[in-house]
Design a protein around this ligand. Structure first.
Ligand code: ZN
Length: 399
């Protein structure tokens, strides 16, 4: 076929069919039965491996990970999980860590090698660090342009109202290049739900950008905050541009209450991010999806001051979501896979995502029969292609 620059042949798609995929200008321009497209000088034989769209790493912290640095032992909170105390531990740990740019590169390469080519990273912007972290991560984003697409959230880790100067800094952060405005436990951290949301949505409205709020609050406080965020989103016509990360409180509700609030979340077009963390309750993935909510995922913290876990692999994250959600059937396992791929693309409002004509040729090959097996087995190694170009294989970025 004319116009094909690179031909990927014998690729098994999620529906089990074996296909040739033609790529030109970084986009998929042909999907034909395997063996029917004339080979070009640039032909890559996928040899029957499963070819899936690149994973969406929807929530990570590029500035605060110690991955690739020396091991920093985890310190437990003195009396149960406390966000203020964890933030204080983080400040102590950051002071003794390797330079931020070195750590961010290592974390990014880990994610790319595992097949994530679209990412949303939160970066601290508040009175404690000003815009310093954001400036570093903006530089790193430029370095990795063409390898991975990165959205940055200006994240007020020390609160907005409790950290002097933060409202102005969030405004400056967006002007500087951050893509979204973040927030943190408006009621329990800043003790002022409406005051906190006034700033977050005020900056977002001023710049016409989206919002992604960390919400760790459990029980009715968490659920109430979710409802308030949905109300603001609807009032400002920001459907599809707002996400709530963690939303643990949704995991505390009885099924009827969860369905009722799920319908409100879906109607407001707010997405919910969960990484199915350790021992916390977390949002009921299948129930929320059943109500029409976009549920996406991310590694969140990787070897940082919050926990020592994380491997930058969204396929293993899908396995964890499945495991903790009690997903067993092929349909359920495929649901978990959707959370780390297509649903992530929807939450991040990505253009040209998927294995389809006209989409970006961003894909990963997996040694698996089909998607449910991939979720359970988490096969490695993989080959990772960005706009049709090999960017990682055998667990490392290719240059
Ligand atoms: Zn986070």
């Amino acid at each position: 076929m004319a116009g094909i620059e690179t031909l990927f042949t014998n690729a098994k798609l999620a529906d089990g069919s074996l296909k040739d995929i033609g790529v030109a200008g970084g986009r998929i321009v042909a999907i034909e039965p395997a063996g029917t497209t004339p080979r070009t000088s640039a032909t890559v034989d996928i040899a029957g491996a499963l070819l899936v769209p690149a994973f969406v790493e929807g929530h990570i912290h590029l500035d605060t990970s110690f991955y690739g640095d020396k091991w920093i032992p985890h310190k437990a909170c003195t009396s149960g999980f406390d966000v203020h105390e964890r933030v204080a531990f983080q400040a102590q740990n950051m002071a003794q860590a390797a330079p931020m740019d070195e750590r961010a590169r290592k974390q990014l390469e880990l994610c790319v090698a595992n097949g994530s080519l679209q990412m949303r990273s939160h970066v601290m912007v508040d009175g404690s660090v000003g815009l310093k972290s954001l400036e570093t991560i903006l530089k790193i984003r430029e370095e990795y342009r063409g390898i991975i697409d990165i959205q940055l959230v200006a994240f007020p880790q020390n609160g907005i109202l409790k950290s002097p100067g933060t409202p102005e800094l969030l405004d400056e952060a967006i002007a500087l290049g951050a893509d979204l405005v973040g927030g943190l436990d408006p009621a329990s951290f800043d003790r002022d739900l409406q005051g906190h949301l006034d700033v977050v949505f005020g900056v977002a409205e001023k710049h016409g950008v989206g919002v992604d709020i960390h919400l760790h609050d459990f029980g009715s406080l968490g659920a109430f905050t979710v409802e308030e965020i949905c109300a603001r989103t609807a009032a400002l016509g920001m459907e599809g541009k707002v996400a709530i990360s963690h939303a643990y409180g949704l995991g505390d509700l009885d099924p009827d209450s969860a369905r009722r609030i799920g319908a409100k979340i879906a109607k407001a077009g707010v997405s919910i991010m969960t990484n199915a963390p350790g021992d916390h309750v977390f949002p009921p993935v299948a129930l929320l999806r059943g109500e029409g909510v976009t549920v996406f995922s991310g590694s969140d913290n990787i070897r940082d001051s919050w926990w020592p876990y994380g491997d930058g692999d969204m396929l293993s994250r899908a396995m964890m979501i499945s495991y903790r959600s009690g997903f067993y059937t092929d349909e359920e396992l495929t649901t978990a896979f959707d959370v780390v791929t297509t649903a992530g693309a929807k939450a991040l409002d990505l253009e040209g995502y998927g294995i389809a004509l006209g989409a970006k040729a961003d894909f990963v090959t997996l040694a698996a029969e089909h998607v449910p097996e991939a979720v359970v087995a988490v096969p490695k190694p993989r080959r990772v292609f960005k706009e049709g170009r090999l960017v990682a294989e055998n667990g490392a970025v290719v240059r």
